[in-house]
Design a protein around this ligand. Structure first.
Ligand SMILES: [Zn+2]
Length: 501
């Protein structure tokens, strides 16, 4: 086992990351033929491998739900199941029991139905005449819309961003969960699962009464009275964070510009992330309670940054949008980061490209580029969803759709199904590991994206090993982890916690 410290400034140069790592310590180059290794312990054919929610100690050990040879549809279309060999529904909407039973008869093994934490504003408006009370409020006390749904309206109302800390909104989401479970869905997908937490760092949320109440309880649990006094909080029972900042002369404009440096800013983000993570974990448990058995969970998380990873210990697999930089017309390296990080987290990635990517494909008709994305995902052991109907988005056009021609894509997905033995039950062999440290990432340090891109660009087999923290429990690097690799690449600006240091 050797260590190499990679300097990001150098890593940024072409394949500099690899050169620096190897030259620095004289490591042997990785074996060219180390492409894969068959592993035991996969589930029997024809069964969904599901289990208990794995949060906590054994986050790294969760039953595999998605197989490497699965063909995943984002949206449902029974007329195309056979053409593509569809085995998984990733993001289906309102299916009933009969429809799902029919999908099973047609070869679909996992039918996941989706609940949208931000896209279902119309359902919430219909659910309660008091819907306005459940809207997120920014620091100025104003409700706001989901920015990318600017072109959507329901009963004259825009796409309000509802607060996942609101008991009223939670009762709507619970109602949706009941419908999903009653439909006989095999798994639960949540779109925009970060809910309110996803609006904290750029939309100045959320200062609604429910979040203010929740933040009081968070502070009570984290700090004792002396610590609170030190932080300027003298009367916790009547504490209102928005009011607290306004009394210090903070205006909405200043809040927007200076948020990370303001008093209690770190605690406020921590509260929101933990609050939504706990809620989603509870949501899954409630679903399992209703179902009377396991309910695998997938979410739309692009794996980018600690906030988007916090749900991982409660997750069965990712079902998400990844930026493929279509306009570059090149083989994208960004998805490789998500695939390798997901491997380090022991989760599969069923993915689609971004709305912007599909808008570009739709405009320029580039099926060969899309097939490259699909091949890339399967080569890395993950699953790009079949492109028969994809969401497109541009600021000018808003929401529109790309219907990928069956004759351009179905044969590639049929190949995956027909040659499943080339894909299933393999794990990548990697002599080199790259360290992802969540504690460093939360300080804005330890970024490994350039290192990963450089290694991928140089065709060097590598793994990502993950060291978690209180946002990502259950992932710890041990001596045994490191003994599996000949070389560990560590970002030069790492800020590890005391355990990793
Ligand atoms: Zn709120």
């Amino acid at each position: 086992m050797r260590f190499a410290v990679a300097v990001p400034a150098v890593i940024g140069l072409a394949i500099g990351g690899v050169a620096v790592a190897e030259n620095a310590v004289g490591a042997s180059p990785p074996s060219e033929n180390a492409v894969g290794e068959r592993v035991a312990g996969q589930s029997a054919a024809g069964q969904i491998a599901v289990g208990e929610s794995p949060a906590g100690e054994n986050a790294a050990e969760t039953p595999r739900v998605i197989r490497r040879s699965d063909v995943v549809f984002m949206y449902d279309n029974p007329a195309l199941y056979e053409a593509y060999g569809c085995t998984v529904l990733g993001w289906a909407g309102h299916a009933d029991r009969e429809h799902i039973a029919d999908a099973h008869r047609k070869g679909v093994r996992v039918f996941a139905s989706s609940v949208g934490f931000r896209t279902e504003f119309a359902g919430m408006i219909d659910f309660s005449p008091r819907f306005a009370e459940a809207r997120c409020l920014n620091f100025a006390g104003e409700p706001f819309i989901v920015p990318w749904l600017w072109d959507h309206k329901h009963k004259g109302e825009p796409a309000w961003w509802f607060c996942t800390n609101s008991p009223l909104y939670r009762s709507y989401l619970r109602h949706r969960l009941e419908r999903v479970v009653a439909s006989g869905a095999d798994a639960l997908h949540i779109d925009d699962y970060t809910g309110t937490a996803g609006a904290v760092t750029w939309l100045d949320a959320c200062f609604c009464p429910d979040c203010m109440r929740g933040f009081r309880e968070y502070l009570r649990g984290r700090f004792d009275a002396a610590e609170l006094r030190e932080l300027g909080v003298t009367d916790l029972d009547h504490f209102d964070y928005g009011e607290f900042l306004r009394q210090q002369g903070i205006t909405p404009d200043r809040y927007h510009k200076e948020r990370p440096k303001l008093p209690l800013a770190e605690a406020f983000v921590d509260f929101h992330v933990k609050s939504v993570t706990d809620f989603v974990a509870e949501f899954r448990r409630a679903g399992e309670g209703l179902k009377g058995g396991p309910l695998p969970l997938a979410v739309n998380s692009n794996l980018n940054g600690p906030m988007n990873l916090a749900i991982t210990p409660h997750l069965s697999y990712f079902c998400c949008e990844l930026d493929h930089r279509a306009a570059s017309r090149e083989v994208p390296l960004q998805p490789v980061y998500a695939y390798k990080l997901a491997d380090g987290l022991h989760r599969s990635v069923t993915s689609t490209a971004s709305g912007g990517d599909w808008a570009y494909i739709n405009e320029h008709r580039l099926p060969g580029l899309v097939r490259t994305w699909a091949a890339l995902s399967y080569a890395f052991g993950h699953n790009l969803m079949a492109p028969h109907r994809m969401w497109c988005y541009t600021q000018q056009k808003g929401t529109h759709w790309y219907s990928g021609p069956t004759e351009e894509y179905a044969w590639l997905y049929r190949f995956v199904r027909e040659r499943a033995e080339l894909l299933d039950e393999f794990e990548a062999v990697a002599p080199i590991a790259v360290l992802y440290d969540n504690h460093s990432q939360r300080q804005g340090k330890g970024n490994i994206q350039d290192i990963v891109r450089s290694l991928a660009d140089a065709n060097v087999p590598f793994a990502v090993v993950v060291h978690g923290d209180d946002w990502l429990p259950g992932y710890r690097i041990t001596k045994e982890t490191l003994e599996r690799y000949r070389l560990l690449v560590v970002p030069g600006d790492l800020q590890p916690d005391s355990e990793l240091a």
